[in-house]
Structures are given as C-alpha cells and as structure tokens.
Write a protein that binds this ligand. Structure first.
Ligand code: UT7
Length: 343
C-alpha cells in the first residue's frame, strides 16, 4: 500500500476486475420442502419468482466462513498472495459480529497487510462496496482489494410468513480488484441512490426491549425483529427505478445497450429481471440469472452470479456488463464495468 498520495505516480488510476469466487452453504431447501412448513407450493413460487431452491446456513457454517471461502476462491483464481491485499470490504447486513465480520475474514485469509471493514447497504451492498473499494484504488492509495458480498438472511426471515420466507437464501461472492493505468479503467461509471423515506417497505428494525438497569434508569437490550416487507411496493420500486438508473448510466458513459454483453441484476425475482431487460430492449440471452438455484442472497447475488458465469465460460475477458442492485434502505445503484479476468 502507498503510504501517502504524494508517493503515487500520477494519483489517478484505473481499476480492473481480475478474479471472482463464491461459496454457498451445504444445506439446500427446495420449494416443496418449504411447502411442508407453510401453505405454498413449487408452482406458485416458481411462477411468481423464478426460484426453485435456496441454500441455508447450518451447523459448523457462518457468514464469515462463507465470506472467507468465496475470498479464498477469488484469490486462487487471481493467483494472489493474501499478503498482497491492501483492502477488504465486506458488504453484509447479517454479520456474525455486530462490530464487523470483515476482520475475521482477513484473519482467516492471512491478509495481514489489508485493512478490512463491513459496509451495509442490504441488497445493494455489493455494488456500493465495489464503488467504495474502487475509489481507494483510483486515488492511488491502494493497489489490491477484495470486495465481498455475503448474507445470511435465512436467520432473519419469519419462516411462518409465506409472503417473504420463500424468497431468501444464503451465500457469498467475492471479486478481486487491482489498480491499473488510468487509461485502462474497467469501471466505466456508476450511480448510487438511497431514499430513506421509503425504507419501511423493506426493513429489519430493532425492537424496543426496555430493561431496568438500576432504580430510575433503564436500558434497551439489543433485539431485532424479522424481515418486514411489502412485496408489492418493493416490486414496483424495482421495476421503476432500476431501468431509470441504468438508462441514465448508459447515457452518462456513452455506452449503447447493443454494446453490452451481459445484464447482471440483483437476483430478487425473475419477473423483475425480465421487466428491466424488456424496458432496456436487452435480449433475454444476455440476462444472467441463477435465481432458480439460490433465491435472493441479498448482497451476495451479484458476485455469486458473476462467479458462476465466469467459471462456466459465459463471461469472457473484455465482456461489458451492466449491473444493478436494489433493495432495503431503500437503496439502489448501478455500474457498467468490463471483466478483465486473471492476467
Ligand atoms: O431484494 C429485494 C427483496 N424483495 C423483493 O424482491 C420483493 C419484490 N416483490 C415480489 O417479488 C413479489 O411481490 C412477491 C413474490 C413477494 C409476491 O408476488 P405477488 O405477485 O406480488 O403476490 P401478492 O403479494 O400480490 O399475493 C398474491 C396472492 C395472495 O393471495 P390472495 O390475497 O390473492 O388470495 C397471497 O396471499 O398470493 C398469495 N401468496 C402466496 N400463495 C402461495 C403470497 N405468498 C404466497 C406463497 N405461496 N408463498
């Protein structure tokens, strides 16, 4: 890591996406199996969401464990020594330590020269973290970063609420970023947005749990509810805001939709993916989706999908990708980037 900006060659660098990794829990829960718990069935879930199964963190597994496994896979693809990392940003809303899970991942990796911290922006978290990490590289302050999206929402859903419990699953994905010459910047542009006034459409609030401390003084013991979601409101928000932010970004970056190789959206609902693609006139064969196998893994969906498509050869070096994340906050964001791959 450069110790001061003055030492950098020109202070403005580009950013390359070098490698990816992912990890999902061992346990797989099908739609039919959810039907054994609440009144629902495979055909309703598939037709309304595109989801067929999801993975659920079980015994001997954890959020930081998934983040570590995804990161180790990305480092192996990049061929990087963990000690060469300067930065680890872990996007998660479900840390296994409220003070942050990123340092745990750092320790497991042996990334002794990196600084590691969590970033919370729900299902938009990966894109927010990608943009955040890219800024450290751009100004020349750091050279190598790992951006992780990981979530374990199955711990926070109400498993008796069929309107929401069918949607979510657990997983982690990671992307390795490297500073490059400023002329070779592979992140062509980004837009990030939040609107807290609409936050109640999807949230996971703390609940008042007042306890007496001593005479005349009480304290609020930490306690959270389960996921609260107005599905129809979130659906309307997504199909309205995601095409808009992508259209603006395409304009800003002077990229034409025909130039895009892939549309990589937060995997929330197949109907949302189809609607956004139709609005942008992007043909369905360019729309990446693995909802049927994993459901909505929140901050993990984008890097999990990216890694799958990189490893099976769909995403090739030089491919141009438009990506958008959206969800609780409400938050949403988009980025257009080029995949470089290992060098
Ligand atoms: O990262 C962002 C996370 N959130 C989202 O992406 C949520 C976005 N919203 C959605 O994906 C959709 O709104 C849902 C998939 C959640 C729901 O689909 P919908 O087409 O909006 O269904 P709905 O809420 O309008 O419900 C239609 C019917 C209702 O029955 P009645 O009142 O018409 O008799 C529900 O009770 O479907 C019923 N229903 C179910 N039936 C079987 C709701 N959930 C289920 C279920 N199984 N799991």
């Amino acid at each position: 890591m450069f110790s001061s900006l003055a030492e950098t060659p020109n202070n403005i660098c580009g950013v390359s996406l070098i490698a990816s990794g992912s990890s999902t829990p061992h346990q797989r829960l099908t739609n039919d199996q959810i039907g054994m718990r609440v009144e629902t069935d495979d055909s309703w879930i598939r037709s309304r969401t595109g989801i067929g199964a999801r993975h659920v963190v079980g015994s001997h597994e954890s959020l930081s464990g998934l983040g570590y496994a995804a990161s180790a896979n990305a480092l192996a693809m990049a061929g990087w020594d963990p000690e060469s990392l300067d930065l680890i940003v872990l996007a998660t809303s479900t840390p296994d330590d409220l003070f942050g899970s990123a340092p745990k991942v750092q320790a497991q990796l042996g990334a002794i020269n990196a600084v590691a911290f969590d970033l919370t922006a729900a299902c938009s978290g990966f894109l927010f973290a990608l943009v955040t990490a890219a800024q450290y590289l751009r100004v020349g302050a750091m050279k190598r970063a790992l951006v992780i999206g990981a979530d374990q929402l199955t711990s926070w859903v109400d498993w008796d609420d069929r309107r929401s419990c069918v949607l979510f699953g657990d997983g982690a994905g990671a992307v390795a970023l490297e500073a490059s010459h400023f002329k070779n910047d592979d992140i062509l542009g980004f837009q990030l947005k939040t609107d807290g006034s609409r936050g109640e459409s999807l949230n996971l609030p703390s609940v008042p749990n007042l306890n007496p401390l001593i005479d005349g003084i009480s304290y609020q013991k930490g306690c959270f509810s389960t996921i609260q979601m107005n599905g129809q409101e979130v659906y309307k928000f997504a199909v309205r805001e995601v095409p808009l932010i992508l259209e603006k970004l395409l304009l800003k970056t002077s990229v034409k939709t025909e130039q895009l190789d892939w549309l990589l959206l937060h995997q929330a609902n197949k109907r949302i993916l189809d609607s956004v693609a139709e609005r942008l006139s992007i043909p369905s064969h360019k729309v990446l989706s693995n909802l049927s196998d994993y459901g909505n893994t929140s901050a993990a969906t984008i890097p999990l999908m990216l890694d799958e498509a990189v490893r099976d050869g769909r995403i090739k070096s030089g491919n141009l990708i438009a990506s958008s994340g959206f969800g609780a906050g409400l938050s949403w964001g988009a980025s257009i980037f080029r995949w470089k791959g290992p060098v």
